[in-house]
Design a protein around this ligand. Sequence first.
Ligand code: ADP
Length: 467
Amino acid sequence: MNRLPIVAKITLWFSAALVIVVSITSVMILFVSDQILQKTIKDSLIDTVENNFDEVEFYPTVASADPNDTDYFVKYIDGFLEIDDDYLNEVNNVYSALYNSDGTMIYGENPIAGEIDDVEFVNSVVQSKKIDGTLYYIFDRSLSENGLDGLWLRGVVSENQGSVPMDKITRITIVFLPALMLLSIIGGYLLARRMMRPVKNISDTASQISDGGDLKKRIELGDGDDELHRLADTFNKMVERLELSFESERRFTSDVSHELRTPMSVIMAQCEYSLEKPMSGEEYCDCLKTIQRQGRKMTSLINDMLSFARMETNAEYYSKESVNLSETVSAVCEDMAMIKPNGITLEYEVQSDISVLGNAALLTRLVSNLIDNAYRYGKADGKTSVTLTQDTENIYLTVSDNGIGIKKDEADKIFERFYRADKSRNSNGTGLGLSMVKQIALFHNGSVSVESEIGEGSKFTVSFRKN
Ligand code: ADP
C-alpha cells in the first residue's frame, strides 16, 4: 500500500468509503421501502374489510327489504342476509368473504380458503400465514357489532401484492446507485489526478535542484492560492534564501581570500626586499613598520571574521546582560570627540538611563564603527553628531555627518561585507565596518538604516526594540 501512488491511494480510500456508504444506503432504502409497502398492503386489507362491514344486514323476510334493491340475499337462520351491491369481493388483490363462526363461507371470495381454515377468527387483528413460501395477511371482523352474532368478515391478501413496486425499487437501488458510484469513482480519480499534477511539478523541480544543484530553478504553478500553491511559494522562497546564502558564502570566501592576499603580498614583498641586500637599520625599521601595519590589518580582518562567525553561529560567545546604553554611547563619544580628525568635531546628545539587554563590547564597537565612518567620510572641518533617544517601543541611536554622502542605489549595499561605495576614496577601510554594525544590531534584535544625500552627508539610525 505504501508503494502505491497518492492518486491510487486517494481513489482506493474514496472508493472504499463510497462502497460502504452506498451499500448501507441501499440496504436502508430496501428495508424502509419494504416496511412501507407491507404497511400499505395491511392498511388496504383493513380498509377493504371495514368498507364491506356495513354492507351486510339481516332481514326477517325478503319482502321487508327494499323491493327495488338489486342486492344479494342469503338465507340465514330464520331470515335473510342482505349483501349490499357496494360489497366488493376483491379490491386490488384483497379478497373478502363472509363466514359463519364454524368457518363455512357464506358469501364472497377467498383464493386460499382451504389453506387457512385452521386460522382462528380474531377480531380486528392482522394475522399472517405462510402458504407455499408466500406470506398471506388475514384480517377478521366480527359482525356482532351489527347485531349479527356468529358472523365474520375475513379479508386476505398476499404480501407479493407489493412485489411489483418493490421489484422496481430494488432494480433502481441495485442498478442506479452502483452506476452512480462508479461514475463518482471515475470522477474522483480524474479529480485526484488533476489535483496531484502540481505535486509532480514540485517533485520534478526539487529533483532537478538536488541532482543538478541549479538553485536558480523555481516551481511554476501559475495563479492560485490553494495549499499546493502556498507550498510551492514556500519552497521557492526557501530555494531563494539558499541561493542567496550560497551566493553570499561564495562571495565571502572569495572576498576574504582577496582581502588577505593584498596585505600578504605587501608583507612578502617587504621581506624579499629586505633580504635582497644589506640595508641600513633605518630601512629595516621601515620595512618592519610596513609589515607590522599589514599584519595589524590582517589581524583585525581575521578578528572581524571571527566575530561575525561567533555572532552568527555561536550566540553564547557574547553573553548578554543589562547594558546602560546611555553610558556606553557617552563614553565612546567622549573618547572619540578628542580625536578631531581633519578638524571634524563631534557633538552628542544622549538621553540618560536608556538600557538594553545586550553585550557592552559589541555595542561599543557598533557606536565606534559608525563614528569612525563619519570621520573617514566627513569633510574637513565638518561636523558629526550622535543622539540617543527612546519612545515607548524603541531606542534610537543616530550618527550623522555632513560628509560626502552615499549614492541612493548604494544605500543598501554598503551593509554587505567588503562592499565599498567608492574604493578609490579610502583604501584604509576593510569594508567590514557597516556589516559588523548590521550584525551587532541584529544580534540585539535591532536594525540599521541610512538616509543620505551625495555631497550633503549621511545619517545612520540604529533601532532596538525595547525588551
Ligand atoms: P569601510 O571599511 O570601507 O569603511 P564600511 O562597511 O564601514 O567599510 O562602509 C562601507 C562603505 O560605505 C564605505 O566604503 C563607504 O563607501 C560607505 N560609507 C560608510 N559610512 C559612510 C559615511 N558616513 N558617509 C559616506 N559613505 C559611507
